[in-house]
Structure formats: structure tokens, C-alpha cells
Design a protein around this ligand. Structure first.
Ligand SMILES: [Cu+2]
Length: 149
């Protein structure tokens, strides 16, 4: 006798399997630093884990004229930040974007980012095989704290 699963079960299995093909990247704990009036730039932070070797290649935010990927480095005894074209996401590694480390810089802000509001961000990740994945997230804004991330 041949086992034949009910059609509904097959359909459910397909639904569960579908996101895996395009879901190599997981983003958690995203947040944006809230701004004060007239502040034109701020940082966005999150944890990114990719199941395959990939790179974060682009970030977009409607509230920002430009969004850049930044890294921090020591310049003598001073921390400096600079834009990098892409951020490596090695397979299985939890890459943390945090104050004092890699972060996303939102520039030319068109509006104030109020505490407890959410900022939509679009991240574009390219896998080592050249596949591109676009991920939309809503990052909540957290209190100001120290300036200059
Ligand atoms: Cu920066």
C-alpha cells in the first residue's frame, strides 16, 4: 500500500518550506537612536544572521536622504567612523551592529525620529552566489543616551 498524504498536508508543507528558499537572513533586535529637533543624522543597530555567506550591500530608509554602512576604527587615540561599501555576513555568524561598532548611518533626516516611534528600513543582502534578498523591517526608536554613537 502506498502512503498518500492528504492534499491539505502537502499544501501546508509547501507553505512552510517556501520561506526557506528566500529567507537566508534573519534580523533581530533592530533599533534606531531617537533624535532631537534639527538633528540630521543618527544610527541604526541590529543583529543579522545569514545561513549562507552573504554581504549587506545596501540600506534604504524613507526618513533618510542617504543611508550608509559604517565601521568604527581607531585614528590615533580617537574613534573614527567611515562608510564601507558592504558588510560581510559569514554563514551562521551573528553579526551585531551596535554603538561603538558597525552601524547603519541615517543621513539627511527629513523628520525627527521620536522615541517609541518606528522607522521602516530596507536592507539589501547579496549572497555569495549573487542572489539578492530585500528585507523590510520596522526599527523602534530608543532614547537618546549619549550623542555620537
Ligand atoms: Cu556612523
Amino acid at each position: 500500500m502506498i502512503f498518500r498524504p492528504p492534499a491539505a498536508a502537502v499544501f501546508a508543507a509547501l507553505l512552510v518550506a517556501a520561506p526557506v528558499a528566500h529567507g537566508e537572513v534573519r534580523i533581530t533586535d533592530a533599533w534606531v537612536r531617537a533624535t532631537v529637533a534639527q538633528q540630521k543624522a543618527t544610527g541604526a543597530f541590529m543583529k543579522i544572521t545569514s545561513t549562507v555567506d552573504a554581504r549587506l550591500v545596501e540600506v534604504r530608509a524613507t526618513v533618510a536622504g542617504e543611508a550608509e554602512i559604517h565601521e568604527m576604527s581607531m585614528d590615533g587615540d580617537r574613534m573614527k567612523m567611515r562608510a564601507i561599501p558592504a558588510l560581510a555576513l559569514p554563514a551562521g555568524k551573528n553579526v551585531e551592529l551596535k554603538p561603538g561598532g558597525h552601524h547603519i548611518m541615517l543621513l539627511n533626516l527629513s523628520a525627527r525620529i521620536e522615541e517609541n516611534s518606528t522607522t521602516p528600513l530596507t536592507l539589501v543582502v547579496e549572497t555569495a552566489t549573487g542572489e539578492r534578498e530585500t528585507i523590510n523591517i520596522d526599527a523602534p526608536a530608543r532614547a537618546l543616551g549619549k550623542q555620537g554613537h
